[in-house]
Design a protein around this ligand. Structure first.
Ligand code: HPA
Ligand code: ZN
Length: 326
């Protein structure tokens, strides 16, 4: 008898990062939009990155094909169908509302489209999902403040505020007031920190933004005091193996400090970040990590359990999922 496959939650997934070349061309054709690439192959050939910024440039440019509520719904539907088929129990998806509002697309259009797909996927597959709106940190603070207002006014049950985009030079401290208001409004708070930026940014995310989870966070290992703090406060880190390799945060997957993180007692989860761009979805990331670090079945089960415990699901639903995967 084979052991039951552990059930994972995906806690670090940018929904715009699930935009596959085929979908980009499909949406462009429907909108009679001329793309700056001749075909899917020419676009796919651009998916080679030297750092975070080289990826972000293409990631934001490709969003031009996302215009209507239906477009956002279709995007999330395709991802959730795939996630459900891969056995993922629950997803907390990031979206960058400012990347769309700056193109004239209202936050509520984006959020309603995503929520529609989430509701339909729950009906169809039993998978649950919720939305975390991210501050695009290389945009001005007042743009972030306006985004938060629009999210809170949208009528869509967004569960959290995150922080993403170009990290170095944009410390979390810039967005203290936005995160304070988000906390007062009852939103969860998470932040990308320590992906390319220093351990200091992780301290700021914890102390100034009230972050409950750190996205990536691999630079935490540069600072033993920070590791102690993350362990003591049981702060989860959402690690994304294929992303860190493709963005050259590490030269090779084997250099990702996953074992050191686990050995230090950090609460690590595995995630896909931007699967259409980085060569794999969550199941591919789990498999890549299993091979690179010779993870045992027990270690994979621990990573799956941590992903459930680190989610923002209710305690009852967490217990249910933990029992199902036991
Ligand atoms: N880092 C920061 N911002 C992002 C990423 C990432 O890996 N993906 C999409 N936005
Ligand atoms: Zn990310």
């Amino acid at each position: 008898m084979t052991a039951p496959r552990p059930q994972f939650c995906e806690l670090h997934l940018h929904i715009e990062g699930t935009l596959e070349p085929a979908t980009i061309f499909d949406l462009a054709r429907r909108q009679r939009l001329q793309l700056p690439y001749a075909d899917e192959a020419e676009l796919a050939a651009k998916y080679r990155f030297t750092d975070l910024q080289s990826f972000l440039d293409l990631y934001y440019a490709n969003m031009v094909v996302l215009r209507t509520e239906d477009d956002f719904s279709l995007l999330a539907q395709a991802y959730l169908d795939r996630a459900a088929a891969a056995g993922i129990a629950h997803v907390e998806m990031f979206v960058d509302p400012q990347a769309h509002s700056e193109r004239g697309i209202a936050e509520r259009v984006v959020l309603r489209g995503l929520q529609r797909a989430i509701d339909e996927a729950a009906e169809r597959h039993g998978i649950s999902a919720s939305i975390i709106a991210c501050v695009v940190r290389d945009q001005p603070v007042d743009s972030a403040e306006r985004m938060l207002d629009a999210v809170l006014d949208s009528g869509v049950p967004v569960i959290g505020l995150g922080l993403d985009s170009a990290e170095v030079g944009y410390p979390p401290s810039l967005f203290r007031s936005v995160f304070e208001r988000a906390g007062e409004a009852g939103l969860h708070r998470v932040a990308h920190a320590g992906e390319e930026g220093p351990a200091e940014y992780i301290w700021e995310a914890l102390d100034l933004l009230g972050a409950e989870r750190i996205d990536h966070g691999i630079r935490a290992l540069d600072d033993p005091r920070l590791v102690q703090r993350l362990v003591a406060d049981r702060i989860p880190l959402t690690v994304c193996p294929l992303s860190s390799e493709r963005l050259r945060v590490v030269d090779d997957l084997a250099e990702l400090p996953l074992r050191q993180m686990l050995d230090a007692g950090l609460r690590v989860t595995l995630n896909s970040d931007d699967p259409a761009y980085f060569g794999g979805y969550l199941d591919d990331n789990v498999e890549a990590a299993r091979r690179a670090f010779s993870l045992t079945a027990d270690e994979l089960a621990l990573l799956a359990r941590t992903s459930i415990e680190a989610s923002f699901l209710s305690d009852d639903r967490k217990k249910e999922l933990l029992r199902a995967g036991a």
